[in-house]
Design a protein around this ligand. Structure first.
Ligand SMILES: NC(=O)c1ccc[n+]([C@@H]2O[C@H](COP(=O)([O-])OP(=O)(O)OC[C@H]3O[C@@H](n4cnc5c(N)ncnc54)[C@H](O)[C@@H]3O)[C@@H](O)[C@H]2O)c1
Length: 439
């Protein structure tokens, strides 16, 4: 009989994992401490935006293979494999990860486990956490319960595809039995040729943070070049294009703009630095401090660009903001560059009217002091400056002539290098972008 799975923590990662595992044919029980979230999921409603996920959730529920609960007892009785997908947000000022959700989850589950099973960590953790949790688990649950570490690489906006067909599966294990169970659970992607890397706990944990450190560095590298381009009167878009032809460099992830944000990259590079320092290897990743600083500086520069376009002051000016989520195809506003810029404009005295196809409700909850619109034209109405801060297709494909009729002045700042400058200029707009010369 197929093994029964539980997924502990039903956020962006856990809900996706639970629905995809049910889609692959497993019986799955999703568990969360948030009763409202469990009620919504049980009713087939996704409590966040992720393309293609809601139909999968509803299909899983209808098939009877997917259920949700707040009961750890039910999870312990049900599961052969328990995937731990709870949050590991930034904790202290120093940037270390807050592991309290993980400890809470293990402490709630472990004492209730009365039969052999595998607990699989998928959350992103500092190297050494899995080894500590294995000890904790052994103390609370006994020898028939084993731990494995299986970090997750999904990208919000592509979460379903990334889960069903990941680029690789990393398995940190301490026994052949644990490896065999993971191979069984991932049999379908493995049969499709997905690479399976078997390693120890610490390496599995480090693969995840090293990948995020590399991606963040790539983004900040091209944004550092954008700063130099601005000083030299050069154009970073052409520069990035020309660099991408070198196959050793490549173009993926090399888009200059407002930089990275979200619930992963910023907190993961900070936690990585903190953990490396604790391990005595802080100098090896000290460059990540610069990566972080360059990234934050893009937000400040965006506000400056808006101020320049507004004629030197933001006080009393109306600024239309297009984009609030940290990236398109997501409603995630955690450490969102777009929302950060909108708030900075507001603090500088601008009247900010913002619109995002998915993130308005979340943003309104976090920042009721901003004004929100229900459409591009609503955000553009009477604006002295329009900012494009998240590259949703609805914005990049918008008609500059039509939007021009709504605004007070045709000034646009492109925070993602995503608009066609020629088309906007032809429609009479003053177009500015980070890292590109003013024409
Ligand atoms: N979001 C992503 O794109 C992504 C990608 C790869 C890895 N990750 C990692 O996955 C982990 C989860 O991230 P997320 O974005 O899904 O977080 P999230 O905040 O959206 O979800 C965490 C969920 O865990 C629940 N929870 C908290 N304490 C619990 C407990 N003791 N028992 C059961 N449930 C509990 C919360 O109520 C919440 O629903 C993090 O470590 C993150 O770094 C996230």
């Amino acid at each position: 009989m197929a093994r029964r799975l539980t997924v502990l923590g039903t956020g962006y990662l856990g809900t996706t994992h639970a629905a995809c595992m049910a889609e692959l044919g497993f019986e799955v029980l999703g568990v969360d401490v948030d009763a409202d979230r469990i009620a919504a999921l049980s009713a087939g409603r996704l409590p966040f935006y992720e393309p293609d996920l809601e139909p999968l959730l509803q299909r899983g529920l209808a098939s009877g293979r997917l259920r949700f609960t707040t009961s750890f007892q039910e999870a312990a009785d049900f599961g052969d494999v328990h995937f731990c997908c709870v949050g590991t947000p930034q904790g202290s000022e120093s940037g270390g990860a807050d592991l309290s959700q993980l400890h809470g989850c293990i402490d709630a589950l472990a004492p209730l486990l009365t039969r052999p099973c595998l607990v699989v960590g998928k959350s992103t953790t500092p190297a050494g956490t899995a080894a500590q949790l294995a000890e904790r688990l052994a103390g609370l649950a006994g020898p028939e319960v084993e731990l494995a570490w299986n970090p997750e690489f999904l990208r919000e906006g592509h979460a379903v595809a990334d889960t069903l067909r990941p680029e690789r599966i990393v398995a940190g294990v301490r026994s052949a039995a644990a490896e065999a169970i993971l191979r069984e659970v991932y049999a379908e992607p493995l049969a499709a040729g997905v690479p399976f890397v078997v390693t120890d706990f610490a390496t599995a944990e480090l693969v995840k943070v090293a990948a995020n450190a590399f991606l963040a560095t790539k983004i900040s590298f091209i944004n550092a070049m954008a700063e130099v381009c601005e000083a030299a009167g050069a154009d970073v878009t052409s520069l990035a294009q020309a660099l991408a032809y070198d196959h050793r460099i490549g173009g993926a992830g090399m888009r200059p703009g407002l930089g990275f944000g979200g619930g992963c990259l910023p907190k993961d590079i900070r936690a990585f630095r903190t953990r490396a320092q604790e391990l005595g290897a802080g100098e090896a990743v000290s460059f990540l401090a610069s990566v972080d600083t360059i990234n934050t500086r893009r937000r400040t520069r965006m506000v400056e660009l808006a101020r320049e376009l507004a004629g030197g002051t933001l006080a009393g000016r109306t600024v239309g903001v297009l984009g609030l989520a940290f990236k398109p195809d997501s409603d995630d506003i955690r450490d969102s560059p777009a929302l950060d810029v909108a708030m900075a404009l507001h603090r500088d005295g601008a009247r900010v009217v913002a619109y995002d196809p998915a993130a308005v409700e979340r943003a309104r909850e976090a920042h009721p002091e901003l004004e929100y619109a229900g459409s591009v034209l609503g955000a553009a109405a009477d604006a002295d400056v329009l900012l494009v801060l998240t590259e949703w297709p609805e914005f990049t494909q918008a008609d500059p002539e039509l939007i021009g009729k709504a605004v007070a002045q045709r000034n646009v700042a492109d925070g993602r290098g995503a608009l066609d400058p020629a088309a906007w200029r032809a429609a009479g707009w003053t177009y500015r972008a980070l890292g590109r010369p003013a024409v």
